[in-house]
Design a protein around this ligand. Structure first.
Ligand code: MN
Ligand code: FE
Length: 335
């Protein structure tokens, strides 16, 4: 059978015939992702440990770190689960699947970052790993994501109807655009603002590499959505568009509640309104990426340094910044 360029299908167990290229855009993103190797545990946490033990950080600052870790602990795992349980199943194009396999590996590194930060700073494991249960605003965001994954995994779900395909599209929008594209960005901005004041440099460096990974995930997700949309012109109706806008609006309400809960008094001269503005600015950009009108008028980026970090990260080579020899694994005789 000749390879087609159809991206989604019900041929979930088909052979992944990569060549000849039919969706080379996805292959190219896979190559870009594969060039971004890094390893959380090779980043020194010595300074962070020293600062965490000292009285350099206020209680409000510590709370932000613990809540960010709590949110990432739950949501990074939800992204990975959804990727393998829902997206990989129906996105059957071999080149897209190749990207998804790479992405799944990167998500496992992001889980490692949370574990490594917990271990290094000796954080209360229950406080971080139970946050999805015990912190109302985190619980609400995680529940919002879980509902979407659970829905697609019900036994009678398939993508043979337009409605089924729309549900898959909603899943992609929820995870790539809302979770990775919007929810993650308040945490990135919060943790990187420490870095700007020479606080928690090890956490900051790991977040920089995570941000670089996530930027590619979003790029892939956005392209995936737009290709599925143009391949299936009947999918994107006015009603679906309206529903998508409402879905994003709900997510933004959850995000505002989260910022208020995590930043009761502000940190480092920054307050919750600034983080909310930043997320609104990001949401406008995501809407633009979906060819939808901006939802927040007159919102300027309160953190232009975030854009600088995102641009700089594109050319950062993890290996060149390490002094130690990096082992990429050696084959042993007796395996
Ligand atoms: Mn991730
Ligand atoms: Fe991701």
């Amino acid at each position: 059978m000749k390879k087609t360029n159809e991206i989604i299908s019900d041929k979930i167990a088909a052979v992944n015939q990569i060549l000849p290229h039919t969706n080379k855009w996805a292959w190219d993103l896979f190559i870009d992702g594969a060039a971004n190797n890094w390893m959380p545990t090779e980043i020194s946490m010595a300074k962070d440990i020293e600062q965490w033990k000292s009285d350099l950080l206020s209680e409000d600052e510590r709370l932000v770190v613990k809540r960010c870790m709590g949110f990432f602990a739950g949501s990074e795992s939800l992204v990975a689960n959804n990727l393998l349980l829902s997206i990989f199943k129906y996105v059957t194009d071999p080149e897209c699947r190749q990207y998804i396999l790479r992405q799944a590996y990167e998500e496992s590194l992001h889980n490692l970052t949370v574990v490594y930060c917990c271990d290094s700073l000796n954080l209360d494991v229950d406080e971080v790993y139970q946050a999805y249960n015990s912190i109302p605003s985190i619980k609400a965001k995680d529940k919002f994501l879980m509902n979407i994954s659970t829905d697609i995994n019900r036994p009678d779900f398939n993508i043979n109807t337009l409605e089924g395909k729309r549900e898959l599209l909603r899943n992609l929008i929820t995870f790539y655009v809302i979770c990775e594209g919007i929810f993650f960005f308040s945490g990135f901005a919060m943790l990187l603002s420490f870095n700007r004041q020479n606080k928690l440099p090890g956490v900051g460096e790991q977040i920089q590499y995570t941000l670089r990974d996530e930027s590619l995930h979003i790029k892939f997700g956005m392209s995936l959505i737009s290709h599925i949309r143009s391949d299936n012109p009947k999918l994107w109706t006015k009603a679906f568009e309206q529903e998508t806008l409402e879905h994003i609006e709900t997510a933004m309400e959850l995000e505002v509640a989260y910022a208020r809960e995590v930043l009761p008094n502000g940190i480092l001269g920054l307050n919750s309104d600034m983080f909310i503005n930043y997320v609104q600015y990001i949401a406008n950009r995501r809407l633009e990426g979906l060819d939808l009108p901006a939802a927040y008028e007159d919102v300027q980026n309160p953190f232009p340094w975030m854009s600088e970090i995102i641009d700089l990260e594109k050319c950062k080579n993890f290996f060149e910044t390490r002094v130690t020899e990096y082992s990429v694994g050696t084959l042993q005789d007796d395996f």
